[in-house]
Design a protein around this ligand. Structure first.
Ligand code: ATP
Ligand code: MG
Length: 416
């Protein structure tokens, strides 16, 4: 039997799960502040959904999806990203019938068959947010500022926000033609030769240094945007400036997925090597329609949580880990056991975390254990305590001891 987790997956162990909970707590808080509500969609969807939503020409659909036939012969795919499922649910449950906009967010696992390396896994986690129904630039600014707010509240200070516009359908086709013209006869990699045929903008996203060098002087989309798209992009910049969010216009940001229109953005933080894009997003005004809905503008982003945690680690930013219990309670004898059980329940009722002795260790071993787990306080309940109705709570750091009446704990709690 294979005793290791599958390649590209990771267990989150108790020593680290506190960090995840901390980040997830920040996400829920920031989303509430921005008026977003959580949506949870299935881990798997019909394969067709991703093919249609993400685009046949993308790396994800071409080579990264976990696709299989279920026992009923349906083609199923583990979600490689969260947007397609969110759009499907938005349409299926008529969320558009509610007031506009709809603001949705999710924290979900995603699956991509990639070459595992630092910050690149086969099972990873995304925090994503999507706003449906608002076409104006203010929505784009809100999306970018929410992503920035989350990263800042997690502790990152040096963020690089790159923005670009990929225009509307018309701008895109004009731009693709000028890119084809520019790259004609230039020696780009084989993959890019193919991209030039099918989707020339993707050449700008190529990680091959030689292609990147050639792409350096390629025409820029923002120079040929139509009037309306140019206006929209300017308004996004105005909004970011009004919020004091520093950004650079980076004409190489085209994003991997086909569905983007107008604003696209990426945020990098710290130095986590090649995989330093912690958040990517943009506007996708045609996706809802593509899924059979009414034309509905939309804007959103997705953030890789493993990459975020990696950034925090690289930047030496302390993230609170898993907590030790507030109180350890040991006991001696049958009467002590009964009393300790009740005392633990009363303390928990006062929102105090308790580790109660369950190993039936000797009193000496109990004290050793309390120390080892880093309990904030400890108490041992034996015959004397049962008889007097009082117990001593010891502060494990200072050694200070306080006496309490056992029967008072359920109403008054203890000082910790
Ligand atoms: P990259 O260019 O690094 O492959 P991408 O464009 O494929 O990223 P998106 O589809 O935009 O990424 O996903 C949004 C975010 O999810 C990324 O910015 C990144 O933080 C995270 N992410 C994407 N793929 C992975 C992966 N395989 N492992 C861990 N995190 C990932
Ligand atoms: Mg990728």
């Amino acid at each position: 039997m294979e005793n290791r987790a599958p390649r590209g997956t990771r267990d989150v162990l108790p020593i680290d799960s506190g960090k995840w909970q901390y980040i997830e707590g920040k996400i829920h808080k920031v989303c509430r502040q921005f008026g977003y509500f959580e949506i949870r969609t299935p881990v798997f969807e019909h394969t067709e959904l991703f093919k249609r939503g993400i685009g046949d020409d993308t790396d994800i659909v071409q080579k990264e999806m976990y696709t299989f036939d279920d026992k009923g012969g349906r083609s199923i795919t583990l979600r490689p990203e969260g947007t397609a499922g969110a759009v499907r649910a938005y349409l299926e449950h008529n969320l558009h019938a509610n007031t506009s906009p709809s603001r949705l967010y999710y924290i979900c696992s995603c699956y991509r068959y990639e070459k595992p390396q630092a910050g690149r896994l086969r099972e990873f986690h995304q925090f994503g947010a999507e706003m449906f129904g608002a076409g104006g630039a203010t929505a784009d600014v809100e999306a970018i500022s929410m992503a920035v707010e989350l990263l800042v509240s997690a502790g990152l200070s040096k963020l690089n926000v790159g923005i670009n516009s990929v225009g509307c359908g018309e701008c895109k086709s004009a731009y693709n033609n000028s890119l084809k013209e520019y790259f004609k006869g230039k020696e780009v990699c084989e993959l890019c030769q193919n991209r030039l045929e099918r989707n020339p903008m993707r050449v700008l996203d190529c990680k091959n240094p030689h292609c990147a060098e050639i792409a350096e002087n390629a025409p820029k989309m923002i120079d040929i945007l139509c009037g309306e798209c140019a206006e929209h992009f300017k308004s996004v910049q105005d909004g970011l400036a009004a919020l004091g969010i520093d950004f650079v216009i980076d004409s190489h940001i085209v994003r991997g997925l086909d569905y983007y229109t107008r604003t696209v953005f990426e945020i990098t933080a710290g130095d986590i090597g090649a995989q330093n894009v912690v958040c990517g997003g943009g506007r996708y005004d045609r996706l809802v329609e593509q899924f059979g809905g009414k034309p509905t503008p939309a804007v959103g982003f997705a953030m890789g949580l493993e990459r975020l945690l990696l950034c925090l680690e690289k930047c030496d930013i302390e993230v609170p880990g898993s907590d030790s219990p507030d109180v350890y309670i040991g006991w001696i004898g049958e009467e002590g056991r009964r009393c300790a059980l009740k005392l633990a329940a009363d303390l928990r009722g006062q929102a105090i975390s308790v580790d109660l002795e369950v190993m039936e260790r000797s009193p000496r071993a109990q004290m050793k254990y309390a120390d080892k787990i880093g309990a904030g306080h400890s108490a041992i309940i034996g015959g004397d305590e049962v008889e007097s109705g009082e117990f001593v709570l010891r502060d494990m750091r200072t050694g200070e001891e306080r006496k309490y009446r056992i029967n008072d704990v359920s109403t008054k709690g203890v000082e910790i």
